[in-house]
Every structure is written in structure tokens, then in C-alpha cells.
Design a protein around this ligand. Structure first.
Ligand code: SF4
Length: 377
């Protein structure tokens, strides 16, 4: 178990300081374990900063197994930063389609253009410099700078918080900024100076493979002899998090508007959630409104045309990080007016066989699957 020393920080002590012996022991055990258990990943074969950057952004909120095929397609399509900067946003969103959290793709594209236009194509080297680019916070910056340039800087994500709060037996709310700050300072004192990138990846890998959120595999953990949570039977309660607020739910009407063989699609504004993606237009149900009324009102507001609702095609449930949605899908016909982008970014009439050329969010992709292969009644 860890031997704690006093802490000279002026802040209230949440995270106990460690002795040099503790730090060395953790560092050696972690790196030995990582050398034996590191998983092969395409960006690990060739840790070029461009590839590590793309991988770290894709890995946010997303599992390695999901990311690998997206990463490979992305690098094939945009092998260098110049290719990414020269592409239009729609091409980037097409590759990203299905990976979610689309602001990551928009920021990658924006950052690539900044690097090409303002930095002569040269990517940053230090964590501080990486953070000047859009979409790169302290975690991603620390990961990239330590992996690519061995900068001795921490990269604290959810995995690292879980490992260190358990290791040190911290029973305070791990989402509080003060706890995060002190944990980051502590991790910084443990990083291996000659293998900073490997050290950061080792903690993340341990959190993903062994020190999992539920039922950590303590028997196979290289830190088991030093772990306070394991010794005191606290692995189920650490890390401590505030109790979850109920997730709000909204009902949304989406309209498949047909004119002959063509369908009307709309592109979301860049400043909106899912900005830049195409969708079947519609919107949120207001109080005291039927879903059919929602469909008619939303289309008048967004597209400037009057429609008639023909029938309901079905409903799709979808969960985002901060709310849940039921998408009620209606087949509609245009009645009056000419479709134009009133509150959306663009509108287009397209054939069903052309839909695959446009990036759509996951829920709208389900609608496309219905249209191309209708569900059995
Ligand atoms: S001993 Fe168990 S709880 Fe402690 S760090 Fe290892 S896996 Fe996590």
C-alpha cells in the first residue's frame, strides 16, 4: 500500500502526496505491464503526430474497436494534413458518419486549415501549443505531446481518474475541478521522464483493460499491492461521482417530403448540434401540439413550404449524451410554396439512390434504411 507524506500545497489536501519510492514503484510496475500487454493499434505502429492527433480525437468517448476502421478510412482518404485541409467539410463528415460527436470532425477540419494557412503546415510540438488549436483540450494535448515528443506532461482522462482515485483511495467527488487539479498534479509527479508517452498510454490501457468501471480485475493488476481501494474493499464506490440527474426526453417530428421520385433534405447550420450534416427536416414537439401539427409548423418555419402529412412511417428512439429523443417519422407531400433555406443551412431535392452521397446523423440513417428496404409490417 502507498506510504503517504505531507503535502505542502496551499489548497485543502484531497489527493495525498506520494513518496519517491511510491512513484518509482508505480512507474516501473505500469511500464513493465504495458510492455507485455499493449494492444496493437494502427496509430501505434507509426506514431506520426498527424495520425496520433486523429486517433486521440476519435478515441474521445469512443472505444478502440469502434475507432480502428474509422481511423483507417480517414487516413486512407486524408493521408496528410494538407489533404484534410484541402477537403470540404462534407467529405470529412461523410467519413465521420456514424462515429458521433460531430463537433470533433468539424474542429479537426478547422484546425487542419489553421495549421496549413497560418503555420506553414507544421503541427505543434508542445502540449501548450497543441491547445491553441480548436477541439484540443489538456487531455488530448498531453497525450499527443507525450506520445510524439516525449514531453513529460500528464494526459488525464476518465481511465486515468479511475485508476488513480482507486489507487490512492480518494473518496471525494472525482468530477470536482479541485480533485481533478490535484490528481493531475499527482500524475505529473509519477510520469516516467524517459517514457512519458508510454506511461500515459499505460495508465489509459490499464483503465480500459483491467481497472474497468465495473468489476476491476484486481488479481491481474500490476498496482494491486499498492492499491488502497482494493485493500479496503472500495472498488465499487470509487471513483465517487455525483448522483445522475434524470436525462430529459423530447419528441421530434421528422418529415420525408416526397415530390415524384425525389425527397427533400436539409443541411443543419454549422452552429447547431450535428451542424453540417443533412437530415429529413422537422423539429421538436411543442406543448399542446400533435406530432402532425409539429411536422407542418416546423417545415413552414424551416423550409418555407406548406405540407400535407400522408402517414406515419414509424418511430426511432435515439440517445445523445445529454438527452433522449423519439423521432416520429412522417411521409409528407408539398402543398404550396417553393422550398428554401429559411432557418436551415441548405435544402435539396434528391433521389433515394443519391442519399448515400450525403452525411446524415445516425437516426436519419435509419430512416434511409427504411426507405431503401422498408420494415416488414
Ligand atoms: S488493484 Fe484493482 S482497483 Fe486498484 S488499480 Fe488495480 S484494478 Fe484498479
Amino acid at each position: 500500500m502507498l506510504l503517504m507524506t505531507g503535502n505542502s500545497s496551499p489548497h485543502p489536501v484531497i489527493v495525498p502526496a506520494m513518496t519517491t519510492t511510491d512513484s518509482q514503484g508505480i512507474r516501473c510496475a505500469l511500464l513493465r505491464w504495458f510492455d507485455r500487454h499493449r494492444r496493437p493499434m494502427p496509430w501505434r505502429n507509426d506514431p506520426h503526430p498527424y495520425k496520433v492527433w486523429i486517433s486521440e480525437i476519435m478515441l474521445q468517448q469512443t472505444q478502440v474497436a469502434t475507432v480502428i476502421p474509422y481511423f483507417e478510412r480517414f487516413i486512407t482518404r486524408f493521408p496528410a494534413i494538407g489533404d484534410l485541409a484541402a477537403a470540404n467539410l462534407q467529405a470529412v463528415l461523410e467519413i465521420w458518419q456514424g462515429l458521433g460527436y460531430y463537433s470533433r470532425a468539424r474542429n479537426l477540419h478547422k484546425a487542419a486549415r489553421i495549421v496549413m494557412n497560418e503555420r506553414g503546415g507544421e503541427l505543434p510540438r508542445t502540449a501548450g501549443d497543441w491547445q491553441t488549436l480548436p477541439g484540443i483540450g489538456p487531455y488530448a494535448a498531453g497525450a499527443i505531446a507525450s506520445i510524439c515528443h516525449n514531453e513529460v506532461v500528464p494526459a488525464v482522462d476518465g481511465n486515468v481518474v479511475r485508476v488513480f482515485t482507486r489507487l490512492l483511495g480518494i473518496q471525494k467527488d472525482s468530477t470536482k475541478p479541485a480533485v481533478r487539479r490535484e490528481l493531475t498534479e499527482t500524475v505529473a509527479t509519477v510520469i516516467a521522464p524517459h517514457r512519458a508517452g508510454d506511461f500515459n498510454q499505460a495508465i489509459m490501457e490499464l483503465g480500459a483493460l483491467v481497472c474497468k468501471p465495473r468489476n476491476p480485475n484486481c488479481a491481474h493488476c500490476p498496482l494491486r499491492r499498492r492499491c488502497v481501494a482494493r485493500a479496503e474493499g472500495l472498488t465499487a464506490t470509487i471513483p465517487v461521482r455525483p448522483s445522475r440527474k434524470p436525462v430529459p426526453h423530447i419528441d421530434v417530428a421528422a418529415c420525408v417530403i416526397r415530390r415524384g421520385n425525389r425527397l427533400l433534405i436539409a443541411r443543419r447550420r454549422p452552429d447547431q448540434m450535428l451542424g453540417g450534416l443533412w437530415e429529413f427536416p422537422g423539429g421538436k414537439q411543442e406543448p399542446d401540439e400533435t406530432l402532425e401539427q409539429t411536422a407542418i409548423r416546423e417545415i413552414a418555419e424551416e423550409i418555407g413550404i406548406e405540407i400535407r402529412v400522408v402517414r406515419k412511417l414509424g418511430a426511432i428512439k435515439h440517445a445523445f449524451s445529454h438527452f433522449k429523443m423519439t423521432l416520429h417519422v412522417f411521409e409528407c407531400r408539398p402543398q404550396r410554396g417553393r422550398a428554401r433555406a429559411v432557418t436551415v443551412d441548405a435544402v435539396k431535392w434528391v433521389g433515394i439512390d443519391e442519399l448515400n452521397a450525403y452525411p446524415f446523423p445516425a437516426a436519419d440513417q435509419k430512416i434511409i434504411r427504411w426507405l431503401t428496404a422498408p420494415p416488414a409490417e
